[in-house]
Design a protein around this ligand. Sequence first.
Ligand code: ZN
Length: 257
Amino acid sequence: MLNFRNTNWVFAVLTASLIGIHYFYGLPWYVYLLAFILYSLVVFYGCYNVGSGFFIPITCSAQTTDKVIAISFDDGPAEKFTPQILQLLREQEIEAAFFCIGNRIPGNETLFKRISEGGHIIGNHSHSHHTWFDLFSTSRMLADMKQMDQETMKVIGIRPRLFRPPYGVTNPNLARAIRQGDYIPVGWNVRSFDTVIRDEHKLLERVSKGIKPGAVFLFHDTCASTLAILPVFIEKVKAMGYRITRLDKMLNLPPYA
Ligand SMILES: [Zn+2]
């Protein structure tokens, strides 16, 4: 299984073997450089592929043959689009997951409360969503994550357990912070790229291809294009005979501590 521990073992043995060969037969220096590049590429893959479970196992979809999917929204609460998304979900009687940013809760308390009251679940997406979050120490990451919990508890009185890494990036520090904080990491297996793809047709086409049993969709309730395609997407999902169910129910995970 490709994970951080196994990778380190394999490369430790490889390095020892190279040194042995070097000692007896001689080796050019670039062989070590190639080994280092290969190691870096594997670790890079692990950091940037949330579904790889390279540093910590992360649930990204459900193992099922049932026609069911879950949708999730990151980076809210956002005054501009979250209310319309909530309205649409209510009309369609759909429950979703909102991985919120802690520092966006103060000032948006009513909206934040409305998410929870709408039957949706709140997940932790860090407090700061800092650009350099991935470079934080374990203790700084954990403090950041706990600050988001506190903001949530202040408004709705419950502590989220589901955590989604900012930018979908994982590393050894984050794996430790998740374990120490007793969070349950949750990813996705269909990334909409709604923050990047501005063309609504392309966006719809991309997400439609991901409609498969047990899929978890990643959207952002901060994007105009998401709001624009959501009604058509939901219609499409239903026309294909699928149900949209709440993420924690589909993945069988406890959403709150
Ligand atoms: Zn995010």
